[in-house]
Design a protein around this ligand. Structure first.
Ligand code: ADP
Length: 624
């Protein structure tokens, strides 16, 4: 893959080396012309031909200098390969004249002329080896012209000493070629090493830049996060201290308590946002696609934000959308909630519009959220997707958000396989849009709003809870007991297996992830499921609860569709998840029974079919 850059680097270096010697060569050739003319001068054979030959030699030498000047002045006139080829042409023209001129020596009555001329040619050949030996083309277009005519003519004289001279010349010719070959190899290796080094240095510099940027972003992240976390904590500390003030009236105490609650809520909200984002980053959030009507989702989020919009005098318009999509309703709701809360926050007059747009001729379409608000300046379009970045909140007033909404939305959209698009300009409102997958009305299980509410109740369900922390076991038992569940607690895997042996057949197993003695909840659940499956109870619902965030094992469990809830788990979230899992287990059971029943193959669509592929998947932490 990197052959091309190396070849280019070799060519560039070759051009430098080949042309660097040319001014010296120019003077050497004038010297050679002078010497050759001088030795032939007393008795020039075929003077006209001689003048033509040496005139040509002189012109070629001047041409060579002109080429060198051209290369110096206009290095980009042709490619490096082009300059190498031109230099080879120059070699043919420049070396053919002195090489072929040895013929004059053999025409002369002076017997020492062939030897003198040959000495001159060997000297020139040595120069060619030094300056052109790096390049096969330049070397092989010069050396044969210089030496071959001489070798042939010496052989042709059939005298002993000339034949020896011809053999020595031939040997020299071969040796110089072999040396040039290893010279070229070495040259290539040197250039390759240099390119590798340069490549390494560039990639190191790029990595360093990325690391520096990441470190800067991290510093900014922690500065903003610690500020936003410290602010309400500080306020809570001061307010709590003022509760000790015996001089304060009950009314003042009441007000202080109200402020404390407000700050605790702000803190809670921030924690949830940060944890949500961290979960998205760690890859433990699962995507569960259902077929559902988009209008139902729009209505849900619309009803949440209509009062806020109305309080600011804004119209919240929801375009009628009869379309059925195949997407994750919970994740879509989080995306829409974030976008709508921004739209309401950053719009002072006009309207907010939520709707669905078809994607041209392709199937599927986009959800769009538009507002007529303050808009976002073009230079901020990238930065607003950084965590804790806000365009205009230098005081970091918590009431104006924390700058986590858009980074969360961006990651959620990417998780759903799409790309968040934005169009916005200062003072001209904003449009956010992202794709949704086309669905099938036949695949709708139930309306979104009744999907859980109409699901199986917790009343009378048997739940096995595994946790090594007695207070958590107690809390869970009390909560589940209030829902009408029959609860059995277990401190570890062994305890849980004992409960099964005692005949406790659970409808659900809730298990903490980190158990005592370096055991994990995944191992405990696998053991429990195994025993239950052997006894023919394979539709039991299992749920892991963890405070762990970025473990690779958890991410792997999420990929396998094993439901995971992240602490802190609110009772509502736990109940919704359990009910959804029970509902799904019942649907799976019904489907399995229908598949076994021969009367089921009457061509009618299956009733109540989850479209989600993951058999045991749950919405885990995204249940609110
Ligand atoms: P937050 O809204 O909590 O500040 P976000 O990450 O959601 O954080 O948004 C980052 C920044 O992008 C906001 O501070 C705001 O300046 C800008 N922004 C987001 N949505 C809009 C919008 N609809 N109109 C104008 N500005 C917006």
């Amino acid at each position: 893959m990197r052959a091309d850059p190396i070849q280019r680097a070799i060519d560039e270096d070759l051009v430098r080396v080949l042309y660097a010697q040319d001014p010296i060569a120019f003077f050497s050739h004038w010297f050679s012309i002078a010497v050759l003319v001088a030795i032939y001068w007393p008795n020039i054979p075929s003077p006209r031909l001689f003048i033509a030959c040496f005139g040509f030699y002189a012109v070629a030498n001047c041409g060579s200098l002109a080429l060198w000047i051209c290369n110096r002045r206009y290095p980009h006139l042709v490619t490096p390969r082009g300059w190498i080829n031109l230099h080879a042409v120059r070699g043919v023209l420049l070396y053919s004249a002195p090489g072929l001129a040895v013929w004059f020596a053999f025409q002369s009555p002076q017997t020492d002329l062939p030897l003198l001329h040959t000495v001159m040619l060997v000297t020139l050949a040595a120069g060619v080896f030094m300056s052109n030996g790096f390049d096969l083309l330049n070397f092989s277009t010069a050396i044969p012209f210089l030496l071959v005519p001489s070798i042939v003519l010496h052989f042709g004289t059939h005298t002993f000493d000339r034949t020896i001279l011809a053999i020595v010349l031939a040997f020299f010719f071969c040796a110089i070629n072999v040396y040039a070959l290893s010279y070229r190899k070495l040259f290539r290796q040197v250039v390759q090493a240099r390119v590798d080094q340069q490549y390494l240095a560039e990639s190191l510099a790029a990595q360093k830049r990325v690391a520096e940027e990441a470190s800067l972003a991290k510093t900014r992240f922690f500065a903003a996060a610690s500020h936003d976390l410290r602010q309400p904590l500080h306020a809570i500390g001061l307010l709590a201290a003022s509760l000790n003030d015996t001089a304060a009236t009950p009314l003042q105490h009441g007000k202080t308590a109200e402020h404390i609650v407000y700050n605790v809520e702000a803190l809670n909200q921030l924690f949830n946002q940060v944890l949500d984002l961290a979960r998205l980053e760690s890859g433990v959030t699962q995507v569960i696609r259902l077929h559902f009507r988009l209008s139902e989702l729009f209505e849900r989020v619309g009803s949440q934000y209509r009062p806020q919009a109305a309080a600011k005098g804004l119209a919240l318009r929801i375009a009628p959308a009869s379309v059925v999509v195949h997407d994750d309703p919970v994740l879509l709701e989080r995306i829409l909630s974030n976008l709508l809360s921004n739209a309401v926050r950053y719009t002072e007059q006009g309207a907010i519009w939520v709707g669905y747009r078809r994607a041209g001729r392709r199937s599927g379409g986009y959800i769009e959220v538009r507002d007529s608000g303050i808009g976002i300046p073009a230079e901020e379009h990238e930065r607003i997707f950084e965590e804790f970045y806000q365009v205009a909140n230098p005081q970091r007033d918590a009431r104006q958000g924390h700058g986590l909404g858009l980074p969360t939305v961006k990651r959620l959209v990417e998780m759903l396989g799409g790309e968040l698009q934005m169009r916005s300009a200062s003072g001209r409102g904003s449009v956010f849009r992202f794709p949704v997958q086309p669905g099938d009305a036949g695949g709708i299980v139930a309306s979104l709003n009744e999907a859980v509410a109409g699901g199986p109740s917790a009343q009378g369900r048997r739940v096995l809870c595994i946790d090594d922390e007695p207070s958590i076991l107690e809390g869970l038992a009390s909560l589940l007991g209030r829902w009408g569940c029959i609860v059995r607690g277990a401190r570890d895997e062994v305890d849980a297996l004992v409960a099964l042996e005692d005949g406790f057949v659970p409808d659900a197993v809730l298990c903490d992830y980190q158990l005592a003695n370096h055991r994990t909840g995944a191992q405990a659940l696998a053991a429990v499921r195994n025993v239950l499956a052997q006894a023919g109870h394979d539709s039991v619902v299992t749920l892991l609860i963890t405070g762990d965030m970025a473990s690779a094992e958890l991410a792997a469990l999420a990929l396998q569709g094993i439901p995971v809830l992240h602490k802190p788990v609110t009772p509502a979230r736990l109940r919704r998840t359990l009910e959804m899992l029970w509902q799904q287990a019942e649907l799976d059971k019904g489907r399995a029974a229908a598949a076994m029943d021969p009367r089921a193959s009457d061509g009618r669509p299956e009733p109540n079919r989850w479209a989600a592929k993951a058999p045991n998947s749950s919405q885990s932490e995204s249940q609110k």
